[in-house]
Each structure stands twice: as C-alpha cells, then as structure tokens.
Design a protein around this ligand. Structure first.
Ligand SMILES: NC(=O)c1ccc[n+]([C@@H]2O[C@H](COP(=O)([O-])OP(=O)(O)OC[C@H]3O[C@@H](n4cnc5c(N)ncnc54)[C@H](O)[C@@H]3O)[C@@H](O)[C@H]2O)c1
Ligand SMILES: [Zn+2]
Length: 364
C-alpha cells in the first residue's frame, strides 16, 4: 500500500492507504485513550458495516453542516469531552469530510494546547486535498474560514471505498479540487488526469487511489516549504477568490470544490484576456474537464454577478483596492496578480455566463 510522508514544522506525519476495517483493528491494538468524532451521515451509513467495531462509548456522533462549522460546536465538544474525563493523553480520531476535519482539527489543536489527532477522511475532497496542509478553520459570523489554526494530524488514513456513498454533487466538489491540483502539477499530470477522467467518473477504486495519491503528492510540493502560507502555498488558492464568493452568495448550496471550479474558469478567462494563457488551451480544459463537472449543478441561479463581486471584495486575502487572483498561465505555470479591476471581473463573469449558455449548459 502506498504511503506519503509529509514534513511539517509542527510534526511530520504519514498518509496511509488501505482498508478501513483492517485499520480500525490496528488502532485497537495501539491501546490509546481515544475518542472517535464521526460525521453523523457517515455513521448512519457505516455503523453496521465498516465501522461496526467502534465502541459507541468511545464515539461522539456529530451532525455537521457548514453553518455548524463554528465556535459553538467546538465549545459543545469541549464540554462533552470534559464530561467524559478527557485528559492531555487523549487521541481524537475524526471520521468525516472537510467540515469534520476543520471542526475537530481546531478542537484537537486547542484542547490542552494540542492533543494527538488522527484523521480518517471520508469524502473525495478531504482525501485528495484537505487532509494534508495543517489548516483548521471555523466560520465566524458571515465569514468563511475566518478563524483557524495550523495543526496537522499525526496520521491520515485513506480508504477510497468511502467515496462510493457520497452524493453526486459532493463527489464533483472533490473533483473540482482534484482538477485544480492536477493543473498545478503541470502538463504531464494534467494529461494523466484527462486520460483517467472516465474511470474517475466511474469511481474505479484503483483509479481513485492513484488520482488521490497524485493530487496529494502535488499539494505536498506546495505546502512543505511554505506550511504557514506566506509564499508559494498561496498559489493553491487558484479558483478560490471567485470560488469563495460563489460559495457564500449561494449560501453554501454550491459546494466548495464546484465553486472553485467556476473560480478557475473565471481566472482563466482573465488570464486569457491578458495574453497569459492561450485561448486554445483555455477552451480545451474548459470543454474537457470544467464543463462536464460544471454540468452537475442543478440550476443556473448561481451567477448573481453583483453579489459575487460584493463577496469578492470582502475576501479576507484581499489587501488593496483591486482584486487579487491566482492565474494559470501557459505551460501550467502559476502566478499571483493583485491588480484585477472590478470591470475585468464583471466582464469575466459575463463571458463565463455566455460560454455556459452557449455550450449549453441548458442542463444547469
Ligand atoms: N482545512 C483545509 O485545508 C480545507 C481545505 C479545503 C476545504 N476545506 C473545507 O472542507 C469543507 C468541505 O468538505 P467536504 O467537501 O469534504 O465535505 P463535507 O465535510 O462538507 O461533507 C459533505 C456532505 O457529505 C457527507 N459525507 C461525508 N462523507 C460521506 C460519505 N463517505 N458518504 C456519504 N456522505 C458523506 C457529510 O455529512 C456532508 O453532508 C468546507 O467547509 C471547506 O471549507 C478545508
Ligand atoms: Zn479549496
């Protein structure tokens, strides 16, 4: 089974791949003082199957949603753990997607100034992207991911079998980040992704494992030398400036990775108009990877131009008057620009709307 070793200033850790039932047996043998925190939806699906060996007295079942990714939930978890006599030697084992990761990672990093934390991601997005990189985030008031810490798990365990039970929209959300990472990995990795695309959609287990491995290996190269996000790592925000705005204005009906996918399309339109990205390549990836994934959205009410622009202006990473954007350039090179004007952004939104209608996304 493959292993990815991640270097971190806080503590190195391994990403392991395999079968969840076998892994849980291995955990039992370690004799840990532990508490599982499990996404309620995952628990409902798997408690009589792969997760049936988990002792219920050692588990907290957590109802999750983007609106629950906040300090109140963390406070409730502090209280529940204290009532269960949790001490400094506790190991928290989280089972769920990116929301579970963000809540429980924050919890693990702050309880007793940091307790041992193992993460078992159950969504495509969490397996192929968010499980590495040390970031934990909470939403605060209307601001997404405003509060957070840097705190990596001590181990990540990936069983791609969890992906089969995901809702289609959530699966495509993961695919959005997977596409982003492969584009950032260069031409060869992008070609690998295009070749594997039909098997990914068919959820072939071996292909999923390979594509998750590739995505994490690409991300590793961006995070290891810039764990605290002061330079190169910032490029991982490709698609995220527009993406966060779309996510917020849709009130989280558009899941994260799909919003990022639209964000990448918008960034590419601007890069193209600035002659940084060839039109052929922009249209090639638009039709081959973006369009089939974008089609999955149930309706086209997502593009409220003024609202999206307003939300972008509030982006926490923005510092000056203009908008900052990560752009993909020819040769799959990445660049950050700080001078995208409102006019440019509105034009890009209009152009995207036109392309989507033209190629019709009547299905939207
Ligand atoms: N910390 C980071 O570095 C980082 C990076 C990217 C995204 N994120 C965050 O991750 C969140 C999105 O995470 P996500 O896309 O993994 O999804 P999620 O955690 O929001 O889960 C999506 C839905 O799928 C359900 N679910 C989870 N696993 C399932 C499974 N195996 N089968 C069936 N249903 C399942 C959940 O209950 C939920 O209803 C966002 O809040 C985003 O901000 C964090
Ligand atoms: Zn993201």
């Amino acid at each position: 089974m493959p292993v990815i070793k991640i270097k971190s200033n806080i503590g190195n850790y391994n990403v392991l791949f395999g079968n969840i039932a076998a892994y849980l047996k291995d955990i039992e043998k370690r004799g840990l003082r532990k508490c599982y925190i499990i996404d309620e939806n995952v628990w409902k699906i798997y408690n009589k199957k792969e997760l049936n060996n988990i002792n219920k007295d050692e588990a907290i079942i957590l109802p999750i949603s983007e609106t629950k990714k906040n300090l109140n939930t963390v406070k409730w978890l502090y209280n529940t753990l204290i009532e269960r006599s949790a001490k400094r030697n506790l190991t928290i084992i989280s089972v769920g997607g990116g929301i579970t990761q963000d809540i429980t990672g924050f919890l693990a990093s702050t309880l007793y100034r940091g307790v041992n934390w193992i993460f078992i991601p159950t969504t495509f997005l969490a397996q192929a992207d968010s499980c590495i990189g040390s970031k934990t985030s909470l939403n605060y008031r209307n601001f997404k991911n405003l509060i957070g810490t840097f705190y990596p798990p001590s181990e990540v365990f990936i069983d791609p079998g969890f992906i089969y039970s995901q809702k289609t929209l959530d699966f495509y959300s993961g695919l959005g980040e997977v596409i982003k990472l492969h584009l950032m990995g260069g031409i060869d990795k992008t070609k690998d992704l295009l070749r594997a695309y039909p098997e990914i959609i068919a959820k072939d287990r071996k292909t999923l494992e390979k594509i998750i491995y590739n995505a994490l290996t690409i991300k590793k190269a961006y995070i290891e030398n810039d764990e605290f996000d002061r330079g190169k790592r910032n490029l991982l925000n490709y698609g995220h400036c527009f993406g966060h705005a779309l996510e917020t204005t849709s009130r989280f009906k558009i899941p994260h990775g799909i919003a990022v996918l639209f964000g990448m399309m918008l960034a590419n339109i601007i890069a193209c108009s600035r002659n940084l990205l060839k039109k052929d390549f922009k249209e090639f990836i638009f039709s081959k990877v973006f369009l089939p994934s974008a089609c999955i959205l149930p309706k086209k009410s997502w593009l409220q131009k003024e609202a999206v622009l307003g939300a972008m202006k509030k982006d926490k990473k923005r510092t000056g008057k203009d908008l900052a954007l990560i752009m993909l350039m020819d040769g799959c090179r990445m660049m950050r620009v700080n001078d995208v004007s409102e006019k440019e952004a509105i034009n890009a939104l209009r152009q995207l709307e036109y392309c989507l209608n033209k190629d019709s996304l009547n299905k939207l």
